[in-house]
Design a protein around this ligand. Structure first.
Ligand SMILES: Nc1ncnc2c1ncn2[C@@H]1O[C@H](COP(=O)(O)OP(=O)(O)OP(=O)(O)O)[C@@H](O)[C@H]1O
Ligand SMILES: [Mg+2]
Length: 1023
């Protein structure tokens, strides 16, 4: 209370901050008044003058100071340009739109908040699109590129065209990144002063540029200077739950399993349906016993009630989306019985009864945690002969048993173990495929979670209602849904590049955002992005009337009520926007309206092409528009003539969304810019939100009241408890986001190192230097690994060292020469150099080896075409990085998964993850460099250059020792060289794979041997 009075007296901190900006507004308006007399040409000239001046400032701090200095005038220029545009038609998404906007004072304040790197919270419909223009213009003057980020392609192209009118009038260029553009087009869009696009497009371009491009010309972005994120909560909070992933076909897949197991799963699902139907009918019979119609007293009511509860719970576990079950649970008393049974099962620490309950089924589904489990019965059903077909062996014990078992032959024991391992993997995969199929059948509903179009399964984004073309559920789930729908099963994919939204936006030097709903998430914005929130007052008071939610027991009753309200409001001539939560519901409702002969349009993921048109009509007199969340954020519905007098647009929602913000966004489609309007939400106890997250209290309440069929419940307190259920979901999602980010932070550091390395190579004109440095580094590590201190014949493994050299480089270096070099070493390395810590002998050996490699390399490149050489060298490095980095991503995925499994122990999985990730990253860096070394001599710009080079490598040395080059090896059959020749064939295979030119042994079997012995190849080295 005291706080409240205090605030009243001196205003909140927010108010004070807003107040501080007022004098600047006055200043802007004064300057703008002065600009009105200029010619269009003179106004435009200001852009060029500022651009020229700002382009000379490199220092970030100085640049920022200069921008702040010119802010009032630049904002005034934008305001003035808007004024000049008034009355003109701008073509936006194919529709003419009359320009009638001159920024209001509050919009200028919002613009300053954005320039200052804050989140401007401005209510829906306050004109945030226009707010962005002033700070965008100001910052675009630097020429460094300003990105405006929107939630979908529609808004990106709408805003770039709409606001483009101002920028173009002032002489700036505007681009827009859209889903299907080629790299060439994208680069052009990025080279504009201002670029609009969705977060996914920006993020994927970053990943492609840094993780996949091999030449500078393939990169499309040109830095991350300033981003203004529209609908910032949607992007930085909701979307941030899942990282952006670019994937390619996986190396190993088990895709065929899904098709193979589908018929069996079909039949087990049907069997379970029958089973559940039986349980349900038993339950309804018992219900009759519990409530005898003849008025007699039931026998053993408690036991009967418990039994009913258990039966219902069993059906819920077996078939969570069963409509018959829903119907029974429409009766709150029945729901209560089921909840009581579930609670008592969970109370038991050991969960013996819970387990026994599940065993009554063929499989158990956990709707909340999205798990599916086969039971004993289910395993028997699938494989009556061998129920163990679905039981994983205890690998550790089994391996141990083999070790201590009677088998004396070590090789046989190894074989047994390998068999065991293979058996384990096959079973694990089988179990996984079936679990995914069961999930696909039990939890994923067509037209809710996904749609099927053109023989493809496409995910529907649950927050925006849009199709997520190209995105796939991971871990085989997508394949399982494809199998279920009988469409073609696409190959399983593996991650090629990935980043979280959070880490992408942290790349920007300056970040700002705007939305109607940020304040509730202010803490998260500050923690993660260092973004403060400034709440900007509205231009005119908001006139919207929000009705209390109407709660019904069942969906059916709810939809009847919705239909009645549509009819009533439609009768008054007011336009109506009906928000639904899924494509399926929007189509159901559409059918209901058609039956009533009510003309309407449907806007859902399936009809997104007509979006602009549908939105343009939605505010006209008598219009009825059904929309999924697609018509949520950003959609600007303009009222038709006379509609305001009737009461404006009415927004009606058929369900509450998981997050409160999304509901508020939907309400915000009406009463924009001081228009009249109203909103009303309808809820039923069968809605997912209510079922899963807290209908408890409301059910109790409804029961007490003893509601009649079709009767509704409505009270502010009820809104509160629904809000609480939403809060719980929000909290849950915040935890997921935080977790994703904590894990990604580890990856992020690694990604920075790798992308930094890649870019250094892409941008460098002298890759050779770097190549030779890497070679030297690896030589040092190899020498260190094979030698110790001063030269000692027994301590130094010069043989192995020479083998390594000769396997990787075409030197034919005899072991003795390394020894000789080491023995002659006198000088210790310079302290602080890369050689620091080596003995004089080691130092000399390193020098000898790397100098020899350098010389050979000089020889090699003397046969190359100089202009192609840089490309080849760059490729040598990049291909090694990419190959191993992608394998690393795969490994990190599995690491996360396996750590997740280990998390049942007492250890903190994140700490373990970090420790192991660090270790494997270290290994990765060494592996990359080793791989690069290995490839230095294996790539050539043309086959001819390579052959010339090989011909000039001293033939003698090629014969003398093992070499991976030219396909020659000594004829010796000693164990060591046997092993070496295995490596040789591996190396030859690697040569085969090397790009850009495939190289391989070029000697025919009847040709003279390359070793110069004079014999035929097949009788000499080719034997
Ligand atoms: N200065 C202005 N003068 C007149 N009309 C304006 C002005 N600014 C904005 N408008 C109008 O207000 C309406 C809403 O604008 P806009 O869609 O940008 O709002 P928004 O704040 O982005 O809303 P949402 O939160 O839904 O995205 C538009 O029809 C626009 O023409
Ligand atoms: Mg908007």
């Amino acid at each position: 209370m005291i706080g409240f009075i205090f605030k009243k007296l001196i205003g909140s901190r927010n108010d004070r901050e807003v107040k501080k900006l007022r004098p600047l507004v006055t200043r802007i308006n004064e300057i703008e008044a002065g600009l009105q007399s200029l010619s269009d040409e003179d106004l435009r000239k200001k852009t060029a003058v500022w651009k020229a001046e700002l382009s000379t400032i490199e220092d970030n701090a100085k640049l920022a100071a200069k921008l702040t200095e010119i802010l009032p005038e630049a904002f005034a220029v934008v305001k003035n340009a808007c004024r000049r545009l008034c009355g003109q038609d701008v073509t936006v998404r194919g529709q003419p739109l009359r320009w009638e906007m001159v920024p209001f004072d509050v919009q200028l304040i919002g613009g300053m908040a954005l320039h200052n790197g804050k989140i401007a919270e401005m209510a829906t419909g306050e004109g945030k699109t226009l707010v962005a223009t002033a700070p965008v213009y100001l910052n675009a003057l630097t020429g460094r590129g300003v990105h405006v980020v929107t939630v979908n392609d529609y808004l990106a192209s709408r805003d770039s065209e709409w606001m483009g009118a101002v920028y173009k009038f002032l002489g700036l260029t505007v681009g827009c990144i859209l889903h299907d553009q080629s790299p060439q087009i994208r680069r052009e869009q990025y080279s504009c002063d201002i670029t609009y696009g969705t977060n996914a497009e920006f993020g994927f371009d970053y990943l492609r540029d840094n993780g996949m491009a091999t030449r500078k010309e393939e990169q499309v972005q040109r830095g991350h200077y300033f981003a203004i994120v529209d609908e910032v909560d949607s992007i930085l909070i909701d979307e941030a739950r899942t990282p952006l992933i670019i994937s390619g076909p996986a190396v190993r897949t088990f895709d065929e399993q899904y098709g193979q197991w589908k018929p069996v799963v079909d039949s087990i699902v049907r069997a379970q349906e029958r089973l559940c139907a039986r349980f349900l009918s038993e339950a309804t019979d018992l219900l009759k016993k519990l409530n005898p119609t003849d008025g007699s007293n039931p026998q053993n009511p408690d036991a009967v009630a418990k039994e009913i509860g258990l039966l219902l719970f069993r059906v819920k576990t077996g078939q969570p989306k069963s409509e018959a079950l829903m119907k029974v649970l429409e009766e709150p008393a029945n729901l209560k019985l089921m909840n009581a049974a579930e609670l008592s099962l969970h109370l038991d620490q050991k969960k013996v009864e819970l387990y026994a309950e599940k065993e009554q089924l063929l499989y158990a589904i956990d709707e909340k945690s999205h798990d599916a489990d086969l039971t004993e019965k289910g395993r028997n059903f699938l494989s009556p002969q061998d129920p163990d077909a679905f039981v994983l062996p205890d690998l550790t014990t089994a391996m141990h048993d083999i070790d201590v078992g009677p088998e004396p032959d070590a090789r046989k024991r190894m074989e047994e173990k390998a068999k065991l391992q293979a058996d384990f993997e096959a079973k694990a995969q089988k179990i996984h495929s079936i679990a995914q199929l069961l999930k696909a059948y039990s939890l994923y509903t067509k037209d809710v979670e996904y749609v099927v179009q053109e023989n493809k399964v496409i995910i529907v984004d649950q927050n925006t209602g849009r199709l997520m073309t190209g995105r796939r559920w991971s871990d085989g789930l997508h394949q399982a849904v494809e199998a279920k729908e009988g469409v073609e099963i696409e190959r399983e994919t593996q991650t090629l590049a990935t980043i979280t939204i959070q880490n992408y936006f942290r790349l920007y030097l300056k970040l700002a955002g705007m939305t109607g709903t940020a304040e509730t998430e202010a803490g998260e914005f500050f923690d993660i992005y260092k973004l403060g929130v400034l709440v900007i007052p509205t231009n005119k008071p908001c006139l919207r009337k929000d009705a209390n939610d109407s709660v019904y027991k069942t969906r059916r009753e709810k939809f009847n009520a919705v239909l009645n309200e549509i009819k009533t409001i439609h009768g008054q001539g007011r336009p109506i926007l009906v928000g639904t939560i899924s494509v399926e519901v929007s189509e159901q409702l559409s059918k209901m309206l058609s039956r009533e002969k009510l003309i309407h349009s449907v806007l859902n993921a399936k009809y997104h092409q007509q979006e602009a048109e549908i939105v343009a009509r939605a505010g006209q007199r008598g219009a009825i528009t059904i929309a999924t969340n697609m018509a949520g954020r950003g959609t600007d519905i303009k009222l038709g003539a006379g509609v305001a007098d009737l009461g404006g647009l009415h927004v009606l929602a058929t369900e509450r969304h998981e997050a409160r913000r999304i509901d508020r966004q939907l309400r915000g489609r009406c009463s924009r810019q001081g228009d009249p309007g109203s909103s009303h939400f309808f809820v039923s106890l069968e809605d997912d939100l209510m079922r899963l997250f807290g209908a408890g209290n409301i059910v109790k309440y409804m029961e007490k009241l003893g509601l009649e069929e079709g009767q509704e419940l409505e009270h502010p307190l009820l809104n509160r408890s629904i809000g609480q259920a939403q809060k719980r979901v929000e909290g849950h999602n915040f935890q997921i986001r935080k977790r994703t980010l904590e894990y990604d932070d580890v990856m992020n550091k690694q990604r920075e190192v790798i992308y930094g390395f890649r870019n250094e190579i892409i941008n460098s004109t002298d890759v050779r230097d770097r190549l030779m440095d890497i070679m030297e580094e690896i030589v040092i590590s190899k020498v260190e690994a094979h030698t110790k201190g001063d030269y000692e014949a027994n301590e130094w493994q010069t043989r192995a060292l020479a083998d390594w050299v000769n396997l990787n480089f075409p030197l034919g270096m005899p072991e003795e020469e390394i020894v000789k070099a080491a023995q002659s070493g006198k000088d210790a390395p310079v302290p602080g150099s890369v050689f620091d810590g080596l003995s004089a002998a080691q130092f000399a050996a390193c020098n000898f080896i790397s100098d020899s490699i350098r010389k050979a390399y000089e020889l090699k490149i003397s046969f190359e075409e100089p202009e192609k050489l840089v490309t080849v060298e760059r490729f040598t490095v990049l291909s090694a990085i990419d190959k191993l980095w992608q394998e690393h991503l795969y490994e990190m995925d599995s690491l996360r998964y396996s750590i997740g499994l280990r998390a049942h122990g007492q250890r903190d999985p994140l700490i373990e993850y970090k420790a192991e990730a660090f270790k494997i990253f270290d290994e990765l860096m060494v592996n990359i460099k080793t791989e690069i070394c290995h490839n230095i001599f294996r790539s050539a710009s043309s086959l001819m250059a390579f052959e010339n080079f090989l011909r000039n490598v001293p033939q003698q040395t090629l014969h003398q020792t093992t070499s991976a080059f030219g396909g020659t090896a000594t004829g010796s059959t000693s164990a060591a060289s046997q092993k070496a020749s295995d490596v040789v064939s591996e190396a030859a295979a690697a040569v085969e794979k090397a790009k850009p030119v495939k190289l391989g042994p070029k000697v025919g079997r009847n040709d003279p041997c390359t070793c110069g012995s004079g014999k035929k190849y097949k009788q000499c080295c080719g034997r």
